[in-house]
Design a protein around this ligand. Structure first.
Ligand code: ADP
Length: 479
């Protein structure tokens, strides 16, 4: 079904795993096996790191323009092959083809953006305050990096790490999610094709994430770990990074509030909610997790949202007209089912959806719940599915308190036409990203990342490259 190599990509070559093992990648729309991919073990991981270490000095010494031009070529070729990438993403992850094509455009853009940033990495030169010495700073690549990526955006979650790392002169080992390794293998093949040298990018799919990742992090030649995934796993990796004091970037879970004030353009807020909630079937750390709506507009908002969500076509992502694909696996369906059941038990009302569709495939219908008590579990954890729980408020103070009542702090959405309120919200909402009158914050030119339990580090923007360089200071006499 898939047309990219199904092997490990190490030192510019496709290889079987050392012990010859493979693991199955399933189609979430029906549970069938899409591919059997080589299953890296610790020996393979060590080979991949060895290759990255061996390639590091040469890649760091490659002219920034040359690194940038390779990234630019990758961007062009990914765009040219949008349909091919979109099909692989849709097959292994489940999202509709149109959304998968959107991910291809978004994911490719990190290569274009960082192609442009590769030639803008610079330090500074200044006079010390006492005038007696000169201070010079320069930026150096941090060294070999490990990337651990999730299944929800199989291309973009990788490209936004690989792009800046390569631009900065770092070599990388990528461990894609076990549910969706095919897209990353396809990307590795494309990077090889455009001329990225052997060893600069290595990809090691595995069914033993914990074993492979911890063995790599035990090696002090690895200098940086960038992770996107759950907060629980992020904490494990931060602890593991302590032994070798590897630098870490952590893009972890979210629990985004979507706040609609009484002065909002409610129709626009509903349109924004469709994007913030339903993009990727709600399987995004940026997904609107909780809707906090002023009591005066709550009925209107809930009715319009339920009408639009209830009218969406659910089905296999590759079928025409499908807007909502399957969730990633049966655990995801069970988790969403449990959250909805508990909310209803706590007093919530189901306006649309509310019951899993049943197999084959891991489908759950778009669901809107009203009268959800603030303390319901669904308001506290990451839903990662197409469910919109709505609670109400009456004062701005209450709304901000509700929005911030979470351990997470990735993104907060707010809808208001009041400029003074907007200015207050920018300072009071505890999130690394704030969307005002928009349901989409992700942008390769912007610094993506969170605060609190959503992690630290930024991906994209000018800030993205900083994650991959060390600042070196040179003291010089004034002369
Ligand atoms: P999710 O629950 O959404 O799958 P995870 O945080 O479990 O999110 O997975 C994100 C990535 O982390 C995947 O690539 C997965 O294989 C990897 N992973 C899971 N557990 C561990 C672990 N103990 N150590 C290292 N990586 C892990």
């Amino acid at each position: 079904m898939s047309d990219q190599p199904e092997l490990l990509f190490i030192d510019g070559e496709w290889r079987e795993a050392n012990d010859g093992r493979r693991f199955a990648v399933e189609d979430p729309a029906d549970g069938s096996v899409l591919a059997r991919v080589a299953d890296a073990g610790e020996v393979d991981a060590a080979d991949a790191l060895e290759a990255a270490v061996a390639a590091q000095a040469g890649w760091a010494a490659t002219a920034p323009r040359e690194r940038g031009e390779l990234l630019r070529a990758a961007y062009e070729l990914i765009i040219e092959r949008t349909d091919e990438f979109a099909r692989t993403i849709s097959l292994e992850m489940g999202k509709p083809l149109a959304e998968a094509a959107g991910e291809v455009a978004y994911g490719a853009e990190f290569f274009r953006w960082f192609a442009e940033e590769a030639v803008r990495i610079h330090g500074r030169f200044m006079s010390a305050p006492d005038g007696k010495s000169r201070l010079l700073t320069l930026k150096r690549p941090v060294g070999p990096c490990l990337f651990v990526t999730p299944w929800n955006f199989p291309l973009a979650m990788g490209s936004r790490k690989v792009g800046p790392a390569l631009a900065a002169g770092c070599t990388v080992v990528v461990k894609p999610a076990e549910q969706t390794p095919l897209t990353m293998l396809k990307l590795a093949d494309l990077l090889r094709e455009v001329g990225v040298p052997a060893g600069v990018v290595n990809v090691v799919p595995t069914s033993d994430a914990a074993g492979v990742v911890s063995s790599l992090m035990a090696d002090d030649r690895l200098r940086k770990v960038s992770f996107t995934g759950s907060t629980d796993v992020g904490k494990i990796l931060v602890r593991q990074s302590a032994d070798n004091l590897q630098r870490v970037s952590m893009e972890l879970g979210g629990n985004a509030p979507f706040v609609v004030f009484e002065d909002a353009d409610v129709d626009a807020a509903v349109a924004g909610a469709m994007i913030a909630k339903m993009r990727n079937m709600g399987e995004a750390c940026t997904a609107a997790n909780r809707f906090v709506v002023h009591a005066d507009v709550a009925d209107r908002f809930a009715t319009a949202l339920a009408e639009r969500m209830g009218a969406m076509t659910v089905g296999r992502g590759q079928d025409d007209g499908v807007q909502v694909g399957p969730l990633i696996d049966s655990d995801a369906v069970d988790s969403v089912t449990q959250l909805v059941t508990d909310a209803v038990h706590d007093g919530a009302k189901v306006v649309t959806g509310g019951t899993a569709t049943g197999g084959p495939g891991h489908f759950y219908p778009p669901t809107v719940l009203t009268d959800v008590p603030a303390e319901a579990q669904i308001n506290k954890v990451e839903v990662f599915g197409p469910v919109a729980p709505i609670t109400t408020f009456t004062t701005e103070e209450e709304a901000v308190a509700a929005a911030n009542a979470t351990e997470y702090g990735l993104v907060a959405y707010a809808w208001t036409q009041d400029l003074a309120r907007t200015m207050r919200l920018q300072e009071s909402l505890q999130a690394g990203m704030i969307g005002i009158n928009t349901g989409l914050v992700s942008n390769p030119a912007a610094p993506f990342g969170g605060v609190k339990a959503s992690g630290f580090g930024r991906e994209g923007g000018f800030e993205g490259i900083e994650e991959y360089v060390d600042t070196v200071y040179v003291a010089l006499p004034a002369g």
